[in-house]
Design a binder for this molecule. Sequence first.
Ligand code: SF4
Length: 457
Amino acid sequence: MTLTEKLLARAAGKAEVRAGENVWVKADVLMTHDVCGPGTIGVFQREFGAQAKVWDKDRVVIIPDHYIFTADSKSNRNVDILREFVRQQGITYFYDVIDDPNGMWRFDLAQGALKRQYGSQYAGVCHTALPQKGHTRPGEVLFGTDSHTCMAGAFNEFATGIGNTDAGFVMGTGRLLLKVPETMLFRLEGKLQPGVMAKDIILHIIGEIGFDGATYRALQFEGSGIATLSVDDRMTVANMAIEAGGKNGIFPFDARTAEYVEARTRLNGTRQSYEPVELDPDQKVVYELTVDLARLEPTVACHPDPGQRKLAKELGDVQLDRAYIGSCTGGKTSDFVEFARWLRGRRVSIDTFGVPATPEIVHELQTTRWGGERLWDLLVAAGVQMTENAGCAACLGGPVDTFGRMNAPLKCISATNRNFPGRMGHKDSQVFLASPATVAASALAGRIVDPREYLPS
Ligand code: SF4
């Protein structure tokens, strides 16, 4: 069996499952956020009754992160609905925006967008927060009401996005009927060259198979190159499985996975036991592709979809209005570190926005020093508008006052993961997806460039 089949067989209590089979699967964790949480709660209460209890108060994890730092009252209200539900249900893991369990969330526009406005429990973007807070474990099944839930496949678990109706059902029963996906195998061999990042791997793959090339399939990553990829790199790759239509992305378990998961579960006091699934030489896959990491070059997904692959060096005539670094895909500490390497001692020539994915990342950027200078200050000195209000921000457009949102038909190079028309705001804007290194170099040049032309000294 493939890794995905093994995970689903175990969760279904069966010795074996095959692609195409429908099975009832037990959930280990259900995650929801401020956009889909209220809808999911509505379905749950309608179908199970107003007084019904969730199937397991320790396994429903609620992470507001999307439309948080906005004065839009309906968005603010969504966070209050989550808080009310958590109180009613006694849910253990709720990463509230404010510290007062009886309070109400209101974003204060007058304070500006850059200064922190959240309390001590807030966790930031759900897919980055889940592993940081110790909710991703090898061998488990994670459902989330968000398509990029597949990012947790980096940890050797089955992780997939589901709609509010399914999530309402899981909330009440802890189970879901799933069709076992076929598996596509991607062998990653060799090592990335300087200036080429994990984002380039997945942009290359999506360009190869198309933005619907993996529809309802598992993307399984194997090969000797995986050992060279950090946990953050693997998250970047798994995160974008959905951008090819994939049901999930999945990595094998290794010492790096173990080290990360054990440190995070210990730190946060979450469940520490886990049981990974191992590669099986007899697995059946429907597609195979070998990617030589050493031969990859900085890659860009052009407007209007993530499958529009070009090399950065072919796009020098694309003039840009802005650059953006952030999101679950491109807003991790390692992304900002690479971004900063390119910007150190230089200055961007276009509007450039930086949104760390989580408060922990804000803290790391504000406490890491390079030669006495804080990384955060280095970025600000380079002209990047850095906000402490970690969250999804303009990755998904959001209400008009969202930090970094494109409110005009602009061209933006972005370290985010999706670029369908209107994704980051204005319906006539254009988004070019790229690695943090390519975003940084392009922000310096004001047009899309190959970051290797601007190698840091
Ligand atoms: S950062 Fe973007 S892709 Fe990630 S969860 Fe938020 S809106 Fe979705």
